[in-house]
Design a protein around this ligand. Structure first.
Ligand code: ADP
Length: 666
């Protein structure tokens, strides 16, 4: 290139015209010495005016590159500086211009002029800005995703990581960037696994691998990271590992929770399945039990009815259906008392003492046997005698009580036949026994000549034995009369003190032998009573003789009579009507608890007295009960073993009612 000393004569090669950069040359007097086409075009386009060589540079319009009009800038170049200025021009679209100021020197290194090369760097700048923004976004994303990037060379001790590393791996910024520090972040097993994975990947010439690891941060919390790494093999056999690790603890925790929840659900499911199985098994068993129960119930000859606490039928077997003349399925839910009214001596048993109700209210078992004369009516209106056991069920089931009933027509017939036989036999026995009694009395009286002492003793024994036999036959006869037919009641005015004395006199001998004290408490106001003398006498005879028999020597027997009102409780029994109550209290052996419910049964004797007192037949109280109840009264007792017993008889206060019948007691 040829140079000239004058500014005008500077050689400017046409080359500059062919480049896209704008070029402007200024001489040391700050005059425009030259500009290329690009500068000219651009200037004219922007400002609509032209420029000429020789113009002062400061007269140029300044936009877009303002620094070209500032003389100081040129001054800087003239002093030998070479520099670049980037300027932003805010037009429709932001434009960035790079101005490169270059001094032009002569051979002697003297600055003779200065040039400016103006280049549109908008695209480059934009790309730079985009790049920076992308970096920022990347960093932010990394931050949000807890993602970090690291690089190391296999075989080298150092590692490089970006700023997010500290956050993801939980290490301080001061941490040295060494591979040792890097691997120390891992748990022992994860470290081993990580190292082996890299080794294997490199051996297999793999380009990438991924791995999940557990790390421990500086504050000793455990985290889980997922790493995706690329392996680059350079020509100079350098191997570079570039990894991106992100914190997946939350995901891991979420998935752990999910797994746990799934397991819980699985467990719940299987538990529910088990319960379901159990329920099915139970159902099966219950069905089997119900079938068994039904089979048992329907094969039972006894009639069984179960009721709830309202006495509505919940279960009824076929025998009960047959007895009550109702289809079992129709009876369910109906009131038992309505379907099955009970009768005693042709009279309906009132609701309040209805057997099942009593069992329910008193929470007990109540039995009625052949002697209780309970019956139900069949469809023809005929009474069917039954035996009944009503039991309260304490178990917490729908059933509150059950009644088991049996048609005892046949038993009644047999019983009747038996009673008739006893009656007949007793009658037949009475005549010969009377003869024996009579002749024995005659022998003892010496009507057949005086007897030797020995003969007298023997005849006395015959006489006593015969008397016991007569007592037994009389008792049997009375019982058979009671059992057979209607008891006749013939009320009359009975003087009580005289009657009591008479009865007691008969026992005088025994009372004396045992040295028993007899106390009598008859208020003056109750000297007489309108009742059947025979019934009262036999009743008192039995109660007195029992008291004497079952009381040891030196005992006390107290007889008393009181008037008592309905509702009053005497000896644990509450009276159902106004009554005259007799009581015979002794200080004797008492009646054991287990024997107490059976004491009024025919032929029953308690174990505690059987051995002590042979003289007894178990018929007395049965007779007393039958008679007193027929006369509208009630018999009961209280007893404490080895302390004594008190027997009570309540008779209607207004007197007994006349009753037609055939029985004449002996
Ligand atoms: P018995 O002829 O055996 O006395 P009862 O019918 O009069 O027959 O009495 C039945 C049973 O009741 C007696 O055998 C006895 O066990 C018991 N008994 C009756 N009265 C008394 C009493 N006062 N003291 C104790 N036990 C009695």
């Amino acid at each position: 290139m040829q140079k000239r000393s004058s500014t005008n004569s500077i050689f400017l090669p046409p080359l500059f015209d062919s480049i896209t950069d704008e070029v402007l040359i200024v001489d040391r007097e700050y005059r425009i010495a030259w500009f290329n086409k690009a500068f000219k075009n651009e200037y004219e386009k922007k400002f609509g005016s032209s420029i000429s060589v020789g113009d002062m540079v400061s007269t140029l319009q300044s936009e877009p590159a303002s620094s070209i009009v500032i003389l100081d800038t040129w001054q800087r170049v003239f002093s030998g500086g070479e520099f670049s200025i980037t300027e932003q021009y805010k037009g429709n679209v932001d434009t960035y211009m790079e101005l490169r100021f270059v001094p032009i020197k002569d051979a002697g290194e003297k600055v003779v002029a200065a040039a400016v090369f103006i280049k549109d760097v908008t695209f480059i700048r934009r790309a730079e800005i985009d790049l920076i923004q992308s970096r920022i976004i990347l960093q932010e994303s990394q931050h949000i995703a807890k993602l970090t990037r690291w690089t190391f060379e296999v075989g080298s001790a150092t590692i490089d990581w970006d700023n997010t590393f500290h956050e993801v791996f939980g290490v301080s910024f001061k941490t040295e960037k060494t591979k040792e520090k890097f691997f120390n972040c891992f748990t022992a097993s994860s470290k081993k696994e990580f190292e082996e994975t890299i080794k294997k990947a490199v051996e297999d010439k793999k380009n990438e691998f991924s791995i999940d690891s557990e790390i421990i941060t500086e504050d000793t919390t455990h985290r889980f990271i997922h790493t995706l790494a690329k392996i680059e093999y350079n020509k100079d056999s350098k191997v570079l590992v570039i990894g991106v690790s992100n914190d997946v603890s939350e995901i891991k925790e979420a998935s752990r929770r999910l797994t746990e929840r799934n397991r819980e659900l699985e467990n719940t499911k299987s538990a529910m399945l088990n319960v379901l199985e159990d329920v099915q098994e139970l159902e099966k068993k219950t069905t089997q039990k119900v079938q068994q129960l039904n089979a048992i119930l329907s094969s039972m000859r006894e009639a069984l009815v179960a009721v709830d606490e309202k006495m509505n039928i919940v279960l009824i077997n076929e025998a009960a259906g047959a007895l009550l003349r109702i289809a079992p399925q129709d009876a369910i839910g109906k009131s038992f008392a309505e379907i099955c009214p009970f009768y005693k001596n042709d009279k309906k048993i009132p609701e309040r003492i209805y057997p099942l109700k009593k069992a329910l209210v008193e929470k007990t078992i109540i039995s009625f046997d052949i002697t209780d004369e309970i019956s139900i009516k069949d469809h023809t209106g005929k009474f069917v005698p039954i035996a009944l056991t009503a039991s309260y069920l304490a178990a917490e089931v729908d059933i509150s009580a059950i009644a088991i009933m049996r048609d005892i027509t046949k038993e009644k017939e047999v019983d009747l036949a038996k009673t008739e036989l006893i009656s007949l036999a007793s009658h037949q026995l009475r005549t010969p026994l009377s003869s024996v009694n009579w002749y024995a009395e005659m022998l003892l009286a010496g009507d057949a000549g005086s007897l030797s002492e020995e003969a007298h003793m023997y005849v006395t024994e015959i006489y006593k034995g015969n008397h016991r036999m007569i007592d037994l036959v009389n008792a049997l006869l009375n019982v058979s009369r009671v059992d057979l037919g209607k008891i006749m009641i013939e009320p009359e005015k009975v003087m009580l003190p005289a009657l009591v004395d008479g009865v007691f006199e008969d026992l005088a001998l025994m009372v004396k032998e045992k040295n028993i004290t007899f106390l009598k408490k008859i208020p003056k106001t109750i000297s007489s009573y309108t009742g059947d003398k025979k019934i009262i006498t036999i009743t008192l005879q039995n109660l007195f003789s029992n008291a004497v028999k079952y009381t040891p020597a030196e005992g006390i027997i107290t007889f008393s009579v009181v008037r008592a009102k309905k509702g009053e409780t005497i000896g644990e029994y509450t009276l159902l009507r106004d009554s005259l109550v007799f009581s015979v209290a002794d200080t004797g052996y008492g009646i054991p608890k287990k024997d107490q419910p059976k004491i009024f049964s025919k032929l029953y004797r308690a174990d505690n007295v059987k051995e002590m007192e042979a003289n007894g037949n178990g018929l007395g109280l049965y007779l007393v009960k039958s008679m007193v109840e027929t006369a509208g009264g009630k018999v009961w007792f209280t007893s404490v073993p080895d302390k004594g017993s008190t027997f009570y008889v309540a008779l209607p206060e207004k007197g007994m009612e006349k009753r037609a019948g055939v029985t004449v007691f002996t």
